[in-house]
Design a protein. Structure first.
Length: 507
């Protein structure tokens, strides 16, 4: 990166979006577009994370820990709310941070993130610039939760003025982030303008960000190729094939950065009803699935195999080379198919099994799984539905096998506890295992990194045996930028505070 005094201020960054945002309350949205257009650009976070998942200071220093359950946060100097009513540029205080975090804990219909803070006992201001969080017991995921994409601060006065319904609207965005709200035309376009009072001196470098909704992937590629956009979709990117074609045609005029997604393509079993209440059937499906065929269907170089934790979290994931030697992942498939057939016979399905699965339209994971399961006598039909409908069925437990996508974050707890512990928020299939619960609780209480890594590895191996999900692949995406776009950081998530660091070289 260039020295700060060499970085040039000014210019407009033109960004495509694959879909229009839904709404702008960070407590209630999962939408990456909403995060890019407002909740992580107009609003911002106390901590942040880099491309490796390392937690970094942001509005707060990394907290001090006087004991295993107490975290003391110290705010950076000169943080102000944006000079927009009703905040009107006043100082951001520890009381604001306490309010902002506590709001995520509220029992409000549609609020999504309270489970990530369920280890918290109390949050309280110490003075104007410091506050403490006390956990009920040692709780390793806390720091990652505070750094996560969703954990951005909303303004208390704005909430009092417009209510929770009002905070869903773009026009009511007031934060402490690098950009101010500007325009928003749903399904068409939007823009943000520079916040001159951002607490990081000299940033942001850009004067403006413009968003354009382009739903068709081929159209987005063509628009980038003709320089109508300066970057690919910030939170995703192009496929390997698309990126290679750009590099071949444009050479050094375009920079390509690999982005390992922390979200993954998921196959979730409903373990409360037949046939997947029987762990032998779940194990048989796990063994029969051909991960190589799934990767081929997605496109060469566009995915990576995973167990419960995707490769975007290298500190916690089981490495690809190790996975590739395990049952279900290994090649050739002969022994896995033989073992799967035996499990089906033992479960009482020697004559075959037939059921319907829910899936997004033309989902490669579903199509490849359908083909693979024929080898063990399973006739799986696919009922396609729109994304929102499939997610609603899965999230309500109204499914047999659901193919969808599952969001992630910088900490393994979301993948091993939140997705699998008895009664946990994202345990959509109603899975329950005393052995899994024990390890899931142990890893979130373990503050020593090496010891926690060992527990998370042990838990992932257990999950590969009990199979509440069929773990397959997560996406590899290729972030593209024209060469005049400088200091673009690529992370595994959707946190767009990084737009405050981007500058345009006009030379």
């Amino acid at each position: 990166p260039a020295a700060d005094d060499a970085k040039k201020r000014g210019g407009t960054l033109r960004i495509p979006e694959s879909a229009s945002p839904d709404f702008f309350d960070p407590a209630a949205t999962l939408h990456a577009g909403s995060m890019a257009w407002g909740t992580t650009t107009v609003l911002t976070s106390l901590l942040k994370y880099d491309g490796t998942g390392k937690i970094l200071p942001h509005m707060s220093a990394i907290p001090e820990q006087p004991d295993q359950t107490t975290y003391v946060f110290k705010l950076a100097p000169n943080i102000k709310w944006q000079n927009v009513a009703p905040a009107n540029g006043r100082a951001f205080t520890a009381e604001d941070a306490v309010f902002g975090i506590k709001r995520f804990q509220e029992n409000v219909a549609g609020f999504l993130y309270a489970p990530f803070l369920d280890g918290v006992d109390k949050i309280e201001a110490i003075d104007a610039t410091s506050f403490r969080i006390v956990t009920k017991a040692p709780y390793a995921p806390l720091i990652s939760a505070i750094a996560n994409d969703w954990c951005v601060m909303v303004n208390k006065e704005q909430r009092e003025k417009v209510g929770d319904d009002g905070l869903r609207k773009y026009e009511n965005l007031v934060g402490t982030g690098p950009f101010l709200k500007d325009t928003f035309v749903p399904n068409v376009s939007g823009s943000l303008v520079r916040n001159p009072d951002y607490f990081l001196t000299g940033k942001p470098y850009l004067d403006k960000i413009e968003f354009q909704v382009v739903t068709d992937a081929a159209a987005r590629l063509a628009a980038f190729r003709s320089h109508q956009h300066d970057v690919s979709v910030l939170w995703s990117g192009f496929t390997k094939k698309e990126a290679d074609s750009l590099q071949q045609q444009m050479g050094n005029d375009v920079a390509i950065q690999l982005r390992r997604s922390d979200a993954f393509r998921s196959a979730t079993f409903n373990t409360k009803t037949k046939p997947f209440s029987d762990p032998r059937v779940r194990k048989a499906v796990h063994l029969a699935i051909d991960r190589a065929a799934i990767q081929a269907a997605i496109g060469a170089g566009s995915s990576t195999i995973m167990a419960a934790v995707p490769q975007a979290l290298p500190l916690w994931a089981i490495p690809e080379d190790e996975l590739s030697r395990l049952p279900g992942y290994r090649a050739p498939k002969d022994q896995d198919i033989k073992d799967a057939k035996l499990l089906m016979e033992q479960a009482g399905y020697a004559d075959g099994l037939k059921f319907e699965a829910d899936s997004y339209p033309a989902e490669p994971l579903a199509i490849a799984t359908q083909a693979a399961l024929k080898a063990i006598g399973i006739d799986m039909s696919i009922k396609e539905g729109q994304t929102a409908d499939v997610l609603a069925k899965r999230n309500s437990g109204n499914f047999t096998l659901a193919f969808a996508s599952t969001a992630g974050g910088p900490d393994p707890d979301q993948y091993v506890y939140v997705n699998n512990a008895t009664g946990a928020r994202a345990n959509y299939g109603g899975f329950s295992s005393a052995a899994v619960d024990k390890l899931a609780e142990q890893q979130r209480a373990e503050l020593n990194l090496a010891a926690r890594q060992k527990l998370v590895k042990e838990l992932q191996m257990l999950l590969l045996d009990e199979n509440p999900w069929a773990y397959t692949v997560s996406n590899l995406l290729y972030a593209a930028s024209w060469k005049n776009v400088k200091d673009r950081v690529v992370t595994s998530g959707r946190n767009q505070w990084l737009t405050g660091d981007i500058w345009l070289d006009k030379s």
